[in-house]
Ligand binder design. Structure first.
Ligand code: PEP
Length: 240
């Protein structure tokens, strides 16, 4: 059984107090619920605050990016080893905005994935299309696949208000699982979580989350307001 997961991708939004208040509200509402995993992808500056706040709660804290090396002359970058060191649960790699605005390629994303995994981090690796799955997983072992979640986020749907159709999203998620099966076998394919992201809202989530290959969602715009995000968490809960 793959545990459903919902991740709020805050992108570069909020100031410190707003970030802390949001997470305090989430802790209160979520209580000890263990049947759904809720993650917050924050900009780096707030990660340590959020890790402290969410200690002994089921909430996962996610970094939105990391560098491909652990140490060195890379001014302005964040080391994956440092993220692991402060207790970040997941690092998200290969987001569309990283590829589009910061020229990341499949090969950069792949190097980042491997370094993060070698630091023992769990990784959410984003792809915009099926063809990116094999290249970003190159060199990842069967054992390391247990630390990987795949996020499918089609370019046309990110931040546009135009989600993929439920069938369109499920078809690609199914193909992604087939690719993982081909590369790693059935056990790995059956346990790998695949997320959909791209203009998820309370109307489309109900059907998206019922799809057999969609194990959760990444949410941008609809997660910027706490109440709106919480409604999405409840929709997933009610679908269980
Ligand atoms: C995202 O950027 O990861 C995302 C899912 O954004 P939105 O929900 O706004 O499309």
């Amino acid at each position: 059984m793959r545990k459903p997961i919902i991740i709020a991708n805050w992108k570069m939004n909020f100031l410190r107090d707003q970030a802390n208040l949001y997470v305090k509200k989430l802790i209160k509402k979520l209580g000890n619920k263990e049947n759904i995993e809720v993650g917050i992808a924050s900009q780096d500056l707030f990660l340590t605050d959020l890790i402290k706040l969410t200690e002994n709660t089921p909430i996962s804290i996610v970094a939105q990016n990391a560098h491909l090396e652990n140490f060195g002359p890379f001014t302005g970058e964040t080391s994956p080893k440092a993220l692991a060191n402060v207790g970040v649960d997941y690092v998200m790699l290969g987001h569309f905005e990283r590829r589009e605005l910061f020229n990341e390629t499949n090969s950069t994303v792949n190097l980042k994935v491997r370094t993060a995994l070698n630091n023992g981090m769990d990784v959410i690796v984003d792809v915009e299309e099926l063809e990116q799955v094999a290249p970003v997983l190159e060199g990842v072992s069967e054992e390391q696949m247990q630390q990987i979640i795949i996020g499918f986020e089609p370019t046309f749907a990110i931040g546009t208000g135009m989600s993929a159709s439920t069938k369109g999203a499920e078809d690609v998620a199914e193909q992604i699982r087939k690719t993982v099966r081909k590369l790693y076998g059935s056990d790995v394919a059956d346990s790998t979580r695949i997320l959909y992201g791209g203009s998820v809202n309370r109307d489309n989530l109900k059907s998206l989350i019922k799809q057999k290959d969609i194990d959760g969602v990444l949410v941008g715009k609809a997660a910027l307001d706490f109440q709106s995000f919480w409604e999405l968490v409840e929709i997933i809960e009610n679908s269980l």
